[in-house]
Design a protein around this ligand. Structure first.
Ligand code: ADP
Length: 489
């Protein structure tokens, strides 16, 4: 709330370097906007490579002391952060809605999800087990140790501006790593709020450093070339993820990547088409479709397609689009104009190739919406593989419907993508559910379930959707190196 009350003409000293809040060395600043209105919310520090280097050096200096603390000590700090996040949940949610646009209810849900990572990894910190391995030699012992990887560079996106930070920073700190985080240029305020909480929770100076910047490249470059950065963890587009992974290979830095998705949503003929349509509408319009787990191809069996599309249309039309702060709104604005142009282009392309817009397809204006990029929740039928939306991530509120005939055919179609993050299946047939779950090449399969995410469950993708997993036991492993000790006795 205090961040929102700040006078936008007085820049926020938003770089958290070695425990001190600072302006950029260059003195540059950039504006943060409310995507629902276009108004300026604040100005923050616009860091460059020099600031990023200072942050990396602070993190490197803080590493020996932080990693030497016991897991119990680190867990206590994360528990404080969990408590503080919950105490400030309403302020954090309002800040998120202002800066990112999502409806308040969704922002509150995200804050709770984000806080969950603090608690989950506080607990996991205590369960970083090594092991002993029997040797074939009687005079030898093998001990396997798990140690923190070192300084972590983290880059996060704007669509989940708090939980994408805690999903990386909490396990990194739990493991004993120190961190330099660069949040998305659209949502620095959420990051500032999280880092304020971390400091208050007792994270020592230099352990968690924040760099806000309007241009990600110089900061990214510093993280890539500095020898002290042992690991890069990134959530964002596949294009940028591939670029970072390729460059990280130069020093063989460790990488974790959560990239794009193109989720299939399969509705088998034995499913209830109305129930499935409800799930499809909810998960499709989650975060206005700006989620990497958003369904991008709705495969519906031909025998129930009409009923499904009708129910989907009714559902989608009943979900109110508007400013996230307003009551009853469940679909917020798109993040910016380029997102709107992508929606428009995908619809024009599909219609030009024979698809039908069942509902939506247009910008929403009037009623106070003119300052933002609001796109009507959209259902498109008759979508074919030649259309852009069938291949490329939509990342917006468009639901493309495709019909199918057989199980084998739909599995083949669903897997025919370079992505492999989330997938969804609706069926009442247990055997088919299991068969399908085994056959889908995706990191996550929701069966009659549109929310297969939790701090306790491994989140991540196959193929070009990324590398590694976040959350769960797997989530802390990403910040550990395995060391073997062979001992002659
Ligand atoms: P989106 O299309 O969702 O904005 P991006 O992959 O462009 O996805 O952005 C995700 C994060 O990656 C943001 O924090 C952004 O600033 C950062 N980013 C974008 N390009 C680069 C780059 N060349 N180097 C480092 N970080 C980058």
């Amino acid at each position: 709330a205090t961040l929102l009350q700040a006078d936008p003409s007085t820049p926020i000293e938003s770089l958290c370097l070695d425990g001190t809040w600072r302006a950029a060395t260059s003195g540059s600043t950039f504006e943060v906007h409310d995507p629902a209105t276009g108004s300026v919310l604040a100005r923050v520090a616009d860091a460059g490579g020099v600031d990023a280097e200072a942050a990396i050096e602070a993190a490197a200096s803080a590493f020996p002391e932080w990693s030497a603390r016991t897991a119990y000590e680190r867990a206590a700090v994360l528990q404080n952060a969990h408590r503080l996040m919950l105490e400030r949940a309403e302020d954090l949610a309002r800040l998120m809605t202002s800066e990112q646009g999502k409806p308040l209810r969704a922002a509150r849900t995200e804050v709770r999800y984000a806080a969950d990572f603090m608690l989950w990894f506080a607990e996991e910190a205590k369960r970083v087990y090594g092991r002993t391995i029997p040797s074939a030699r009687s005079d030898q012992r093998f001990i396997v140790m798990e140690q923190p990887v070192g300084v972590v560079g983290a880059i996060t996106p704007w669509n989940y501006p708090i939980s994408m930070i805690t999903r990386k920073v909490a396990p990194a700190l739990a493991a004993g790593c120190t961190v330099v985080l660069k949040p998305a240029e659209q949502t620095p305020l959420c990051a500032i709020a999280v880092f304020g909480i971390l400091a208050e929770a007792g994270v020592p100076a230099g352990v968690a450093n924040l760099i806000t910047a309007s241009d990600p490249k110089p900061v990214g470059e510093a993280l890539l070339i500095h020898r002290s950065v042992a690991k890069l963890t990134f959530t964002g587009s596949t294009e940028v993820g591939k670029f970072l992974a390729a460059r990280a290979a130069d020093q063989m830095k460790r990488v974790s990547l959560e990239l794009g998705g193109h989720a299939p949503f399969i509705v088998f003929p034995d499913a209830d088409p109305v129930h499935a349509a409800k799930g499809a509408a909810l998960v499709k319009l989650l975060n206005t479709g700006q989620a990497c787990i958003s369904p991008n191809r709705l495969y519906v069996h031909r025998s129930i397609a009409d009923e499904f599309v009708d129910a989907l249309r009714r559902r989608v039309e009943s979900m109110k689009a508007g400013r996230g702060v307003d009551d009853g709104v469940s679909v917020g604005p798109l993040i910016d104009e380029s997102a709107f142009i992508r929606m428009q282009n995908q619809v024009v392309d599909a219609v030009g190739k024979g698809a039908t817009v069942v509902t939506g397809g247009n910008r929403l204006t009037g009623g106070g919406l003119d300052g933002g990029w609001f796109f009507a929740p959209t259902v498109v039928t008759g979508v074919t593989p030649e259309m852009v939306m069938y291949r490329e991530e939509t990342f917006g509120p468009i639901a493309p419907v495709v019909t199918f005939e057989s199980e084998a055919e739909v599995i083949e179609m669903a897997n025919d993508t370079r992505y492999g993050l989330a997938s969804y299946v609706y069926t009442k047939d247990l055997a088919r559910a299991l068969r399908t779950a085994e056959a889908l090449r995706f990191g996550m399969v929701g069966i009659n379930d549109i929310n297969p995410t939790s701090a306790a469950a491994p989140f991540g993708g196959m193929g070009e959707s990324g590398l590694g997993r976040e959350g769960a036991q797997e989530g802390i492993r990403e910040y550990l190196e395995t060391k073997l000790v062979g001992l002659s006795i």
